[in-house]
Design a protein around this ligand. Sequence first.
Ligand SMILES: [Zn+2]
Length: 255
Amino acid sequence: MEITWLGTAGFIIKSNQREFAFDPFLSRGNGKKSPFSKDSFANTEAIYVGHGHFDHTFDIPEIMAHSEAHVFAPGLTGLFLKARGVRSSKMLLADSKEYLNKELKMRAFHSSHVRFDWPLVSSTVRRCGVSGCLHTLKLGVGYPKGLVQTYMFEDRGKKILFISSAGCTQKELKMYRELEIDFLLAPLQGHSRIQELVAEHIRIIQPKVVIPHHHDDFYPPLSQEISVDEFRDQLKRVQFSGDLIEIGLFESAQI
Ligand SMILES: [Zn+2]
């Protein structure tokens, strides 16, 4: 399986001769320019959307204007994407009751968004200033998060879990542990102690391999780079015995 990190929570995955994507975000504002474009999705069969925030959905209408892919999204996010021009015939509800793709054994699970804590909010406000805060507010109103989903699929008997935001409840974490996850795509963003928080999730889920994402400076000054080294230290602290694979920004890995 080839996995390409697009930055933020975005991935293109090639698995079982199929190609699909999670949460592609290419615009990146003042952030490092993406080498990917709408043309990068010519062979993508499906886009799975974790939640409605701008850094997960902003570019999907543009990508879909040139693509025959289907988009799987939770209800409100699907409505917003349709309102922004994605054809109704291409939009599908990411329902948690059945496989979204039988061959990939793709399933969706209801999840939650990480709660932005006060130290994170105050440091973000300091970086953004008044005009930046107004811009952020507009993005917040224009791109509501709606329901949050995680997705799990299988590749040659391995289970891969994609989490779009680190807000999993204890009940959900325990359910993932019972599913015996092989590869966990774990988002490092949205809290001043995000590495500690996600390491705690990993202590419970116990995947064999963790692949961090969303830790890039994807939309400065709203965003900041998050240290993966600090995440490694936190994984040691919780005595995680699996592996961490760090995929460089815009790079691919074979797993
Ligand atoms: Zn979000």
